[in-house]
Design a protein around this ligand. Structure first.
Ligand code: GRF
Length: 201
């Protein structure tokens, strides 16, 4: 089985990208990050990718968005990408890219979906007063954080938590969960049946 060719999209810090790459380096994921794409020239992950010899492409955000994503798609076509990993990419993808890569785009969200979609999910959950939050990896569909859920990790909200401490403990779980799901994808273990995603042994 050929290694999956992965494009990772980021907008900022890039810690999830680094953890996924770390597992690839250890030989735990049957895939290769072919390119790192950022809409932000100052994204933290770019320097790391440079050090690791991963091709980086900055696509500075531009409107109209259809044109932006068409350019991005044309670029991806040339790279023969099997999987797109959204690791803190802060843009909603266009319909044509979602259709082209149906069930081949993963996103991580720092809450237990379908609760608290969208931005500042950790703050939304904390302010709502939940006792448990966590993170979700899901396939991307046309909505905001609405696609079929692949896997989740639960994180309890502690008595002396604030949004930042909760977010930090959720992030630790993200760093474990996202590489696990990428690994399962690369092993062809994920099967989507309607809204349910089965993880085959
Ligand atoms: C993470 O909290 C992720 O859940 C959300 O964006 C953040 C990205 O963090 N989608 P990083 O750039 O991977 O450090």
């Amino acid at each position: 089985m050929a290694k999956k060719r992965i494009a990772v999209f980021i907008s900022g810090r890039g810690s999830n990208f680094m953890f996924i790459h770390g597992e690839i380096e250890k030989g735990n994921i049957h895939g290769e990050i072919v390119v790192l794409i950022s809409d932000n020239p100052d994204a933290g992950g770019l320097a790391y990718a440079g050090e690791k010899g991963i091709e980086c492409r900055v696509f500075p955000w531009q409107v109209p968005r259809d044109r932006y994503f068409q350019d991005l798609m044309d670029f991806l076509e040339g790279k023969d990408i099997d999987l797109i990993v959204l690791a803190g990419f802060m843009r909603v993808l266009s319909a044509n890219i979602i259709e082209r890569y149906a069930n081949r785009i993963l996103n991580i969200h720092p809450a237990l979906l379908p609760s608290f979609p969208g931005e500042e999910a950790q703050r939304q959950a904390f302010d709502h007063g939940v006792k448990f939050s966590g993170c979700t990896v899901h396939f991307v569909d046309g909505g905001v954080d609405t696609g079929p859920i692949i896997q989740q990790r639960v994180v309890p909200v502690l008595e002396d938590d604030d949004t930042e401490t909760l977010a930090a403990r959720i992030l630790e779980q993200e760093h474990q969960l996202f590489p696990e799901v990428v690994r399962a994808f690369c092993n062809n273990q994920l099967e989507v049946v309607g809204r349910r995603v089965h993880v085959r042994e």
